[in-house]
Design a protein around this ligand. Structure first.
Ligand SMILES: Nc1ncnc2c1ncn2[C@@H]1O[C@H](COP(=O)(O)OP(=O)(O)OP(=O)(O)O)[C@@H](O)[C@H]1O
Length: 263
């Protein structure tokens, strides 16, 4: 069978094993993420969600197993390798520089220099170009809560900071973005704003992996939900086939992995 563009996952892994001394964090995990979908990863504390995405994003190297990007096997040694393959991660701490403005944060590490000797020799930055591009990138993601691109990040609300971190992750050609608990510290309205950005990413054709303990959020925004339990991927369900209660029951082991499935 020939794989078509649609049937080849943007990012996939087979048989991932990762141990930390005696602890088996991943016990032979498969995952498939397609372009234009939101795949939620759920599981109890210690189920292996973070370890899985660390292996997928080059922050950890699996002991066993393979990872493929658009059908081609890859070996990530460090996060830069994954980033070069278009896989971006937004961690809970967001790694933004709070004392700098939004535009500068978006371009941290990829600064635009002035043309000619001013940029080449004196390394002067083209702030105007960065502000203009930052405005375009934030606007393209439909992030309406940000009005002023020169606002300092520490003065932003939690939801706005999350949006800036996501914009930075996808502004430079990312095809896959991993969001680790993006709404954990947010109020209801801010959570909705972040979920809007997540939908926007999906509608633009990116693949999104969403780690979350918040079942209403997961069921609101995910196309598919992979359930991790004790280092294994025990089931992949959808909001159409399973209720949140069934997913949680599978997650905790109260229901067998092949049960549920609203009729
Ligand atoms: N660096 C490490 N050293 C030792 N053990 C680790 C390390 N990282 C993870 N573990 C262990 O691996 C297992 C899986 O942890 P992981 O953080 O992947 O789970 P998780 O599903 O993300 O949990 P949570 O929801 O609490 O973040 C746990 O038992 C954890 O204690």
């Amino acid at each position: 069978m020939t794989a078509t563009a649609d049937s080849t996952p943007a990012l996939s892994a087979r048989g991932l094993v990762k141990t930390y001394g005696p602890v088996v964090a991943l016990d032979g995990v498969d995952i498939d993420l397609y372009a234009g979908e939101v795949l939620a990863l759920i599981g109890d504390n210690g189920a292996g969600k973070s370890t899985l995405v660390k292996c997928l994003t080059g922050a950890e190297i699996p002991d066993v197993g393979t990872i493929s990007v658009a059908g081609a096997e890859v070996r990530f040694r460090r996060p830069q390798d994954a980033r070069a393959a278009g896989i971006e991660t937004v961690y809970q701490n967001l790694s933004l520089a709070p004392e700098l403005d939004i535009a500068t944060n978006l371009f941290l590490g990829r600064e635009v220099r002035r043309r000619g000797p001013l940029g080449r020799v004196l390394r002067m930055l083209d702030h105007r170009a960065m502000r203009r591009q930052a405005e375009e990138k934030v606007g393209a993601l439909g992030i309406r809560t940000i009005q002023n691109i020169t606002q300092v990040v520490e003065t932003l609300s939690g939801g706005q900071r999350q949006a800036v971190a996501i914009a930075r992750a996808v502004a430079f050609g990312g095809r896959v973005v991993v969001l680790d608990e993006p709404t954990a510290a947010l109020g209801v309205r801010e959570t909705q704003q972040v979920l809007d950005v997540v939908r926007e990413l999906r509608d633009r054709g990116l693949g999104v992996i969403l780690i979350s303990h918040n079942m209403p959020n997961v069921f609101e925004v995910a196309d598919r939900i992979q359930i991790q339990r004790l280092g294994r991927a025990v089931a992949v369900v959808t909001p159409q086939t399973h209720t949140p209660a069934e997913a949680v029951a599978i997650m905790t082991g109260a229901l067998p992995a092949d049960s549920g499935g609203a009729s």
